[in-house]
Every structure is written in structure tokens, then in C-alpha cells.
Design a protein around this ligand. Sequence first.
Ligand SMILES: Nc1ncnc2c1ncn2[C@@H]1O[C@H](COP(=O)(O)OP(=O)(O)OP(=O)(O)O)[C@@H](O)[C@H]1O
Length: 294
Amino acid sequence: MSAAVSLHGVTVEAGGRTLLQVADFRLTAGEHVALVGPNGAGKSTLLRLIGGQVAAASGRVTVLGRDVADAAPLQVRRQHRREVGLLSQGLHPVPRLTARENVLIGALARLQGLDAWRSWWRRYPPALVTEADQALAAVGLAEQAGVRSDRLSGGERQKVALARLQLQQPQLVLADEPTSALDPAATRHVCAALRSLAGGGRSLLTVVHDLALLPLLADRVVGMSGGRIRWDLPRAALGHEHLAALYDPASADAVVTGPMPASPSVSASASASVPAARAPGSVHAGLLSQAGTG
Ligand SMILES: Nc1ncnc2c1ncn2[C@@H]1O[C@H](COP(=O)(O)OP(=O)(O)OP(=O)(O)O)[C@@H](O)[C@H]1O
């Protein structure tokens, strides 16, 4: 299978700090992968690197066949406007546009000739408007299609962003805590919609804090802390020791050693060095059962 994303020897730096160090990471086309780890682990930075919003200081970043490591972020955004879809709490719909108009933005790259020209005046082909309304209805916002986005709630705005992705039809979806503003029912619905959007050979890379959502969003899980990938394994293989290595700093210090551990792999020491006190029954067992593997 071809790679949707491939990183090799990558570092990201800002403010005199190294925010990210990734020896190797590969997302195969059609894979659904979750990034987990504590606050400040570098998950969003990794997503932003792949999305072209931050540049690598070194190494090679290939996304959908394009080498993006040396490109300016703006140029990368343009190249990726069609193929890479972004979903995050920080991405707000344009406030003065209606929900429908915001969804239609997702289709701009599909418009050609006169249709592209007319879109400057917010006039779109009727078939596209119908498509936008259907996407809004699918996320439960049929009634809000004509409402200005700054009059929508945070969760509703997140749903508008998802509907926009439906029209964009990206090859790769990068989602940063895509359900953070949603109620439980909407959370399940959005997870299912994301999976469906990323079906048919498309790829999904999602930052997940709520481990209970892992079964809904990912088949493979990548653990990060301190700007590095600590392990990379199928969701079914997730064990309490892996979570302990990420979320318990003392354990992480003991488990993770050496420069830039490669992925995918889980070091033998990671499994062996979790103290008995953190065996099932502890907070990690709770996390594991949330993750749908315990
Ligand atoms: N522009 C920046 N300049 C300097 N440091 C930054 C910048 N952006 C992020 N960082 C730092 O990089 C580290 C990783 O941040 P990142 O947002 O990737 O973490 P995260 O794993 O997504 O965290 P969270 O779960 O809290 O969202 C943090 O220590 C953060 O303070």
C-alpha cells in the first residue's frame, strides 16, 4: 500500500526549543490512526506539520506523494487545500458567513471556470448548494443552514467544519480533538461520520484525549510524550504499560530511554518495566478499559 504520510528524521523547532523529533512515521493510505499522549506531548505539532501549518527544521516530510519539508507553509496549504482536510477546535467557520456558505467553502477547490468566478460573489451551482444542505442535515444542522456562523454554539460550529469536510472530500483527514465541544450523542455521530469520510482508501489521523473514543476512531494508536513517538501499535495490542509510559512521568522516565526511538515498535523494556503497583486495578487499567481494549 502507498503511504499517505511519511516522516523521516524530522524535527520541529520554535522559540529555541525542539518541539518534535520523529525518527520514522508512516501512515498508509486507508489507515485510521489516533495520536494519544499527555498535554504538551507534541500531538498537535505533528498534525500541524503534516497539515503544512508548521515547517520542519530538518528531515523529510512526504504527504500524499509531495515532499513538503522545504516548502513555505502558505504554499503547502495551497497545494493541500483539496487533498488534506483539517478539523480542529481552533478552526472556526468564517463568522459573518452562514453555516451553508461555510460548508460551501469546502467545495471551492472543485469549482472551475465561471463557477469558480461566481463563487467570489457567493453564488454557487444549485447542485452544490443541495450537497451542502445535505451535509448540514447529516450533522443535524438542517435548520441552521441559513444562520450566521457567529450565532452558532461551539459544538454546532464544529459540526459545520465536519460538513465542510464532506464537501471537500479530502484524501487525508487530520482531526485535532474533533469532538471536544460535542455532547455524547453528537460525539458518537461525528466519530462515525469521520470514519465514513475517511473510508474508501482515504486516511484519518486524529488526536484523541478521551481514550473511550479510540474504538470509534482508530485501528492503530501512536503514543507520544516529550515531542517523540514512544510506541506505535494496533489498538487491540494497547496495554496498561503503554498508557503508564505516557501518562505517568516517573514511569515514562524509566521506560523511554535513548534518542529518537523508532516506530512502529514497542520496546521490550516498555512492557517489562511497569511496576506491579501500576498493574490492572490502577488508574491505567481504567484508562485501558476506556480505550476498549482492557
Ligand atoms: N509556536 C510555538 N512556540 C513555542 N512553543 C510551542 C509552540 N507551539 C507549541 N509549542 C510547545 O510545543 C509543545 C507541544 O505542543 P502541542 O500543542 O503539540 O502539544 P499537544 O500534545 O497537542 O498538547 P495538548 O494535548 O495540550 O493539546 C508544548 O510544550 C507547547 O508549549
